[in-house]
Design a protein around this ligand. Structure first.
Ligand code: GLN
Length: 429
């Protein structure tokens, strides 16, 4: 395939009948599929075939949909362009000179190119919303605990959720209806509030009714300053359409957001350094041969199996957690995370949903951003706060700038998926 969308093409038939009968699904290659290779975009797992299905895969099969392939991704989800994959970059179907975004770039590209009707990605710091924005499709990151992570190969557990990608809001919502809900195999989907798990009382597809009359939309002014002019113009044009249809726009400011990228990368890399310890060539991953002591053998497996970005993050995460530095980095990042959560709580006193551009920039050209990791990290300024606060957010196509797609992000309060889907569906009309 010229755009390099799938790492493995496979046909996994679902049940005969169900709510998604007739739909085809692309599944990000860090979501376990029984009997079908699951590489996480890494040479380390080039030959790994899981013996079980992730909960979301079981649910997709039961819904009657057919899985058509395992989609390319940044290695272990670490990146924002799908260029850190050991299997080569995916091209953006809208403009093949450009990246599709990441890390779920293969999933978004599959939908944009018509290779699949819908797709599953995972979003640790934007990896569903970023490629959705860059490929001109819809992507939703659920509230932490809405969707089971059982069978998702962990990058940073406290931040990530599996989320749907589709060419329209309703299809994304239909896929969310299928995959969400409590799972005894993932304790974080347990919900102690009254009335059971929120997904059991929600109808996401029905919520996408385009009615924003009376909705208060908080425009997060802090996140407009660093964005490209063309992105901001497209974003503001869509919001004034919504205003003309009865939405009320208010400016909100969340001072803590200026620390979000730093806090996110300290926490994400720290969790990653711990999660990736299992890839040592013995428990999981390619073996570098067993000569020498275990240290030599583990080092060889990691040297051969991991790419540059993964190595950088494991090293930085290990450093941030080490004795003597823990308080200086990890604890500070957790303090910033708590502050960001409080700021969001306050913002939702003033608005029903919040709006930001999904990405501050247009999709970069292939090869353009890899040499400067810091620039790449800063691209995540608008998406990572949502993961730090465990909130739901959706990216919906808002129009174009310079002929390239621009995504508009709606952020909701905890378990406010129905509100953000409603607002997103209004942008589509
Ligand atoms: N770009 C972010 C990172 O590299 C987000 C990745 C993700 O959500 N998996 O960590």
């Amino acid at each position: 395939m010229s755009a390099n969308i799938f790492i493995t093409e496979a046909t996994i038939e679902g049940d005969d009948d169900g709510p998604l009968s007739g739909l085809t699904v692309a599944v990000k290659d860090n979501i376990s599929t029984e009997g079908v290779r699951t590489t996480c975009g890494s040479a380390m797992l080039e030959e790994y075939v899981p013996p079980y299905d992730a909960t979301v895969v079981e649910r997709v099969k039961r819904s009657g949909a057919t899985i058509v392939g395992k989609a390319n991704m940044d290695e272990f989800g670490m990146g924002g362009t799908t260029e850190t994959s050991a299997f080569g970059p995916t091209k953006n179907p809208v403009d093949e000179e450009r990246v599709p975004g990441g890390s779920s770039g293969g999933s978004a590209a599959a939908v944009a190119a018509g290779e699949a009707d819908v797709a599953l990605g995972s979003d640790t710091g934007g990896s569903v919303r970023n490629p959705a924005a860059f490929c001109g499709v819809v992507g939703l990151k659920p509230t932490y605990g809405l969707v089971s992570r059982y069978g998702l190969v962990a990058y940073a557990n406290s931040l990530e959720q599996i989320g749907p990608i589709a060419s329209n809001v309703e299809d994304a919502a239909r896929l969310l209806d299928v995959v969400s809900g409590p799972d005894p195999r993932d304790g974080t989907t347990r919900y102690d509030g009254d009335g059971g798990h929120p997904a059991e009382n929600a109808e996401y597809a029905a919520a996408a009714d385009g009615d924003v009359d009376g909705t208060t939309i908080g425009v997060v002014t802090d996140l407009l300053e660093g964005a490209d002019d063309g992105v901001v113009e497209t974003f503001e044009a869509r919001l004034s359409d919504l205003e003309s249809r009865g939405a009320e726009l208010v400016d909100v400011s969340l001072e803590s957001l200026e620390h979000a990228v730093q806090a996110y990368y300290v926490i994400a890399m720290s969790e990653a350094s711990s999660n990736l310890a299992r890839f040592d060539g013995v428990r999981y991953g390619v073996s570098g041969g067993y000569e020498g002591n275990w240290n030599d053998s583990f080092a060889r497996a990691r040297e051969e199996g991991f790419g540059e970005e993964v190595k950088r993050r494991v090293l930085l995460g290990t450093y941030a957690l080490s004795a003597g530095y823990h308080d200086k980095y990890y604890k500070k990042a957790q303090d910033a995370r708590a502050w960001i959560k409080r700021d969001f709580d306050a913002a939702f006193e003033e608005a029903d949903v919040l709006a930001t551009p999904t990405m501050p920039v247009l999709p970069p050209r292939l090869g353009e951003s890899l040499s400067d990791p810091l620039q790449l990290y800063l691209m995540d300024a608008n998406t990572v706060p949502v993961n730090l606060a465990n909130l739901p957010a959706v990216s919906v196509p808002a129009g174009e700038s310079e002929g390239l797609p621009v995504g508009l992000q709606f952020v909701g309060p905890k378990f406010g998926e129905e509100s953000i889907l409603r607002a997103a569906s209004a942008v589509e009309d």
